[in-house]
Design a protein around this ligand. Structure first.
Ligand code: SAM
Length: 287
């Protein structure tokens, strides 16, 4: 256990910070950010805002560090820790190392025998998974797909058979083409787009991958920060099976309208999807 109630022991502290809502920060994170000799961050302006919002002071303790800072900058930080400094590593948002810098510094600390510990906290991947309505017991965090179309498609092919919910980070301007590639290569699996998590305009759009791709391509471009999730292979047939069973039961005792509302409520599926399937099962139900 790493007791942070007294002066911080020398070493590296990986500190997760909010992904939107500034209140999403742990007591321990505040303690370490207040007490660290240095706060290594991607962008000092961004981290200064967080420090100011929580009255942590210490702008003079901020130092920029990222993977592109190069080995010399990493070695300097490691030397400071060997000399007794406590260094808190933060990224602009969320958990360091998850699609963010930190890996090289952790490796360098490990190689030098410097203490490393992690303070868990926010990351966009987990709330997106929780809210998606997709299976959460097994998932694969795939980070950002490559920006180049050929590499992106190969990366998607590599993930095709993975028996888990897939989680991707994506930039808004690439969302439509990524969804189109995912739909083309993975088929009509259940999926979701989660955006602006923990912020004022938080939104989750659960739908079948092909329909999501078509809707996003046809509508206004989505803004903000985005996570794309795709259910495991086979989930599409399992979902269809569950939907059919629920619809059959509901239609036996209710009007079409009530049955669709009840099943949409129970499954979280869009009403129009449930309605379309109800009409396929009982073609004259809508007459
Ligand atoms: N380290 C961060 C984490 O733990 O989530 C991720 C950093 S990565 C550079 C930034 C990407 O994370 C964004 O492009 C978006 O895909 C995702 N992201 C970050 N904050 C988010 C939020 N509030 N809502 C949805 N996605 C978010």
């Amino acid at each position: 256990m790493h007791d942070t109630s007294e002066a911080l022991a020398p070493g590296l502290y990986l500190v997760a910070t909010p992904i939107g809502n500034l209140k999403d920060i742990t007591l321990r994170a505040l303690e370490v950010l207040r007490g660290a000799t240095l706060v290594a961050c991607e962008d000092t302006r961004q981290t200064r805002k967080l420090m100011t919002a929580h009255g942590l002071g210490g702008a003079e303790r901020l130092t920029a560090w990222h993977e592109h800072s190069g080995p010399a900058a990493t070695d300097r930080l490691v030397a400071r820790m060997q000399g007794g400094a406590s260094v808190a590593l933060v990224s602009d948002a969320g958990t360091p190392l998850l699609s963010d810098p930190g890996f090289a510094l952790v490796r360098a600390c490990r190689a030098a025998g410097v203490m490393v510990t992690a303070l868990p906290g926010p990351s966009a991947a987990l709330p997106a998974l929780q809210l998606s309505g997709l299976p959460a017991e097994r998932f694969l965090f795939a980070g950002f797909l490559p920006a180049k179309a050929g590499q992106r498609r190969r990366a998607i092919e590599d993930l095709k058979a993975v028996p888990a919910t897939l989680i991707f980070y994506e930039a808004p301007h690439r969302l439509a083409e990524t969804l189109a590639d995912l739909a083309a290569l993975l088929g009509p699996r259940p999926a979701a787009v989660a955006r602006e998590l923990t912020k004022r305009f938080e939104q989750v759009l659960p739908d079948r991958l092909d329909r999501l791709a078509a809707d996003i391509a046809a509508g206004e471009p989505l803004k903000g920060e985005i996570v794309v999730l795709v259910g495991p292979p086979g989930a599409e047939s399992r979902e269809a099976h569950d939907l059919d069973a629920l619809l059959a039961e509901a239609l036996a005792g209710m009007s079409l309208r009530d049955a669709v509302a009840a099943v949409a409520g129970a499954t979280g599926l869009p009403k129009r999807q449930v309605y379309a399937r109800a009409l396929e099962l009982v073609p004259h139900a809508g007459d």
